[in-house]
Design a protein around this ligand. Structure first.
Ligand code: XLS
Ligand code: NI
Ligand code: NI
Length: 441
């Protein structure tokens, strides 16, 4: 039996509860009511909210211009395993007080990487055993695990797409350990975010070869986990740029093409991140719709960017209008396949009170709850669906239907056009759709 720590890190903060939209308590949910039924499921089941270990318990606010500003009490121990256990205690206290059920991690968020593969592996095993106990006593579950194959300088030219085979093999050893950790903790999914899989300059890059290596790498990682009995989903998390100039997993459409080409489409789905969609010059709802059409809407990394700049600022979600558009796609798709809503977001560098982490997650959860409620009402109480279907009604019968069924040749279309003569214009009614969105938000 492992002894768990009993120190309280977030003193003075109790269980966060739902108090409704008129509450003046900053440390209460105004809209996220875990037990409230919406479209046949309660909010807890719809969202499966998850806390990101790296942003919430590892990052301390450092930026290229200055050191960290958040001096966490759980970071004081000099022994790496003690520090890891303290961090785990703080993490589970936070997640439990939030009333969330899930968390996500990179391997070396849990414990500092060792000097050798063996030392790292031993450290991971020890902290995983500790976390397993914490999960059992709290009921908190692992939404997904992943590996950090981008921070260590050995990966500066990529991991699975490194031009040096030995770096690729090194990355495989690391991913194997991260998969083992995820499986040991009953992780429901495993994520691959491209990290440094991409290029800084095409001049020194054999892109085709690197992409084939990535396909082969993912296939063997998947085969390994399946052999061990892993039943969860593998997710790819698209991002178009940063840290490399061009990331191979550019956006949803690119990744789906890649998965199909490498015969990975049955095991892999997508983990979509709001700020990554923005960086790809897409909206989140676009990315979600693309994934949903392919049956690959797996999970969501919730955050937001900043429209005045072009990097991954990972701010907490607060845009209800945009999130409502995303929730319309979410409900239409019947929710996520295996994943949840992971807050891949960090408080700002000058947010230094211990309660700020709570306020941030409360705001994020309330944003999603408001958006879900609004989307559900738009679908049920407005003419939204009717109006959208009406735009396509010419395909519901006659020649339109015949075309959809593949029964018309190109010459048939030519003849129909001739018979029709010039056509009247039909309004797209965008403003009407926007007004409906506004009415219910
Ligand atoms: C970085 C990514 C990263 C992944 C996990 O931009 O969002 O945090 O979610 O490796
Ligand atoms: Ni992410
Ligand atoms: Ni990101």
């Amino acid at each position: 039996m492992i002894t768990l720590g009993n120190k309280e890190y977030f003193k003075g903060i109790n269980q966060i509860k739902f108090e409704g939209s008129t509450s003046k308590n900053p440390l209460a949910f105004k809209f996220y009511n875990p037990d409230q039924l919406v479209a046949g499921k309660n909010m807890r089941e719809h969202f499966k909210f998850s806390v990101a270990y790296w942003h919430s318990f590892c990052g301390q606010g450092a930026d290229p211009f200055g050191a960290g500003t958040q001096n966490f009490e759980w970071d004081q121990a000099t022994d790496p395993l003690q520090a890891a256990k303290d961090k785990a205690d703080a993490a589970f206290e936070f997640i439990t007080k939030m009333g969330f059920e899930y968390y996500c991690f990179h391997d070396f968020d849990l414990v500092a990487e060792g000097a050798s593969i063996q030392e790292s592996e031993d450290r991971l095993k020890e902290i995983v055993a500790y976390l397993k106990q914490k999960q059992a006593t709290s009921g908190v579950k692992l939404l997904w695990g992943t590996s950090n194959c981008f921070s260590n300088p050995r990966y500066m030219n990529g991991a699975a797409t490194n031009p040096d085979f030995n770096v690729l093999a090194r990355a495989a050893a690391q991913v194997k350990c991260a998969l083992d950790a995820t499986m040991e903790l009953n992780g429901e999914n495993y994520v691959f975010w491209g990290g440094r899989e991409g290029y800084m300059s095409l001049l020194n890059t054999d892109m085709g070869r690197e992409l084939d290596h990535m396909g082969q790498f993912l296939k063997s990682a998947k085969d390994y986990a399946r052999k061990q009995g892993f039943k969860g989903n593998f997710f790819i998390e698209p991002k178009p740029m940063e840290p490399t100039k061009h990331q191979y997993d550019f956006d949803a459409a690119t990744v789906i093409g890649f998965l199909n080409k490498h015969d990975l489409q049955n095991d892999f789905k997508l983990n979509l991140e709001v700020n990554h969609a923005t960086l790809a010059n897409h909206t989140m709802q676009h990315e979600m719709d693309v994934a949903a059409q392919a049956g690959m809407l797996g999970s969501i990394d919730a955050n937001r960017g900043d429209y005045q700049n072009g990097w991954d600022t990972d701010q907490f979600p607060n845009n209800v209008l945009e999130t409502t558009e995303a929730m319309l796609v979410f409900l239409k798709a019947g929710g996520l396949q295996g994943g949840g809503i992971n807050f891949d977001a960090k408080i700002r560098r000058n947010s230094t009170d211990m309660e700020d982490l709570f306020l941030a997650h409360i705001g994020g959860a309330d944003t999603f709850a408001r958006a879900l409620l609004a989307a559900d009402r738009i679908i049920n109480e407005s003419d939204y669906r009717l109006l959208r279907n009406k735009r396509y009604s010419s395909f519901d019968s006659g020649n339109g239907k015949a075309f959809e069924n593949g029964q018309l040749s190109f010459e048939d279309l030519y003849d129909i056009a001739h018979k029709n003569g010039e056509l009247a214009t039909t309004s797209g009614k965008q403003e009407l759709f926007e007004n409906i969105l506004g009415q219910f938000v």
